[in-house]
Design a protein around this ligand. Structure first.
Ligand code: SF4
Length: 98
């Protein structure tokens, strides 16, 4: 049976501290994305609007919307470099599967 050396213990301790911190950093980057600019070419081509004018259709009930928890924004595959407002809408809207 191999004993854990002091060096191994230090590496394990450092790893257990660094890995959770890097995870927090990745989440911070994801939420640092800017909101879609309705004037951008992609947004305009899909008639994206910040507040839906279509009854019962908005990003929060779209299949492509991925909530970021309790925030009013989320991710959307159509706009991978941005976040979309939960109340927004675009012509790519697809009813979220129940
Ligand atoms: S596809 Fe359009 S409606 Fe659906 S989440 Fe993305 S921006 Fe919102």
């Amino acid at each position: 049976m191999k004993l854990i050396t002091r060096r191994d213990a230090l590496i394990l301790t450092a790893t257990s501290i660094v890995l959770p911190l890097s995870s927090v950093g990745m989440r911070a980057n994801a939420s640092a994305k800017e909101l879609v600019n309705p004037e951008s070419t992609t947004a305009q081509s899909l008639s994206y609007i910040a507040v839906s004018a279509t009854d019962n259709q908005n990003c929060s009930n779209c299949q492509l919307y991925v909530s970021q928890g309790e925030t009013a924004v989320g991710d959307c595959a159509i706009f991978p470099n941005n976040v979309v407002a939960s109340e927004a809408w675009c012509s790519a809207w697809i009813k979220k599967a129940v």
